[in-house]
Design a protein around this ligand. Sequence first.
Ligand code: PLP
Length: 389
Amino acid sequence: MTFPMYSDRINALPPYLFAAIDEARDELIAKGVDVIDLGVGDPDLPTHPHIVEAMQKAVCDPGTHQYPSYAGMPEFRKAAAEWCRKYKGIEIDPATEVLSLIGSKEAVAHIPLAFVNPGDVVLYTEPGYPVYKIGTLFAGGEPYPLPLKAENSFLPDLDSIPEDVLKKSRLFFFNYPNNPTAATADMAFFEKVVKFCKKHDIIAVHDNAYCQMAYDGYEAPSFLAAEGAMDIGMELYSHSKTYNMTGWRLGFAVGNKDLIKGLGKVKSNVDSGVFDAIQIAGIAALSSPQDCVNETNKIYEERRNALIEGLTAMGLEVKPPKATFYIWAPVPKGFTSISFAKLLLEEAGIVATPGVGFGDAGEGYIRFALTKPVERIKEAVERMKKLQL
Ligand SMILES: Cc1ncc(COP(=O)(O)O)c(C=O)c1O
């Protein structure tokens, strides 16, 4: 036997496309180059003080030190349901229709384990968050990407799916506001998804991780507000981007009680819930006035405008996105997403993510994350303007 013996599912994982870029970035930094990293979708701003203070207090209370409940503290589930009512206009029963999450990533990975049998098809939008595909593969399912194209406003064409694929389809992952395209979806699209999923007996899972990062007065709707969505769907919310809490690992799933129960069954067998002190901090985030979210969005909006201005000056066609903290820009003629990312890094010291890293349908695009102060973004723009394209 050769050691280590990885499982077939690990050996089947696609190669890590960003490894080469990470390596090249680290080499430049080691050489003393002033690299501006707009690659990672991780807020650079700290968690808001009232949330940190709630955690400080909670962690000192020995009552938080034992195993948490699998489903989440009743107070956390109540706060999540109340938040959904207040900000998304949906009625959720905290007793049966909410589940606490250790961030929404684990839910994406665990949902196929709850609902997908080997050979079942899982539909997902591509370019997209890589875990839709990987979670499907881990469960023995067959991932079926639905390409997001500019000409369709980065919405999937549900009518393009062949009948034999539909027959085997069990689950559909979609995500608006979208990472990486920054596209948004309206209620008409969500209503179409409900009809589609009901017709073909497919579970709808809407990943709403970016719903509170919105600009120009835009408010991202809940999929569950679409008529009939609670019959067939669930929605994932995350504290990560909304409250600058990526490191805390907190979120919640809401939706159809049988679906919530199925996810809960998997989770109760692989994890033991979220540390109560983190849930208490999460309640502070959900239940306090949301000024902190608006303030953060103003910061991202200024960064967005600075980057859009620069990209437009370079001749790249990019509309200012209404939501998320990403800019999804087509690469200049003659480049692939990887060759343009390489040029940005080597000639301008800027890290951006090649679109193909989000699946083949992301080829031809590059993603910038607005995760550096506006002065650094302006500096990046100045450097980009000097590039010979
Ligand atoms: C579309 C999408 N969904 C889910 C996640 C997972 O976020 P978290 O696990 O921090 O809630 C991310 C993280 O970047 C994401 O981009």
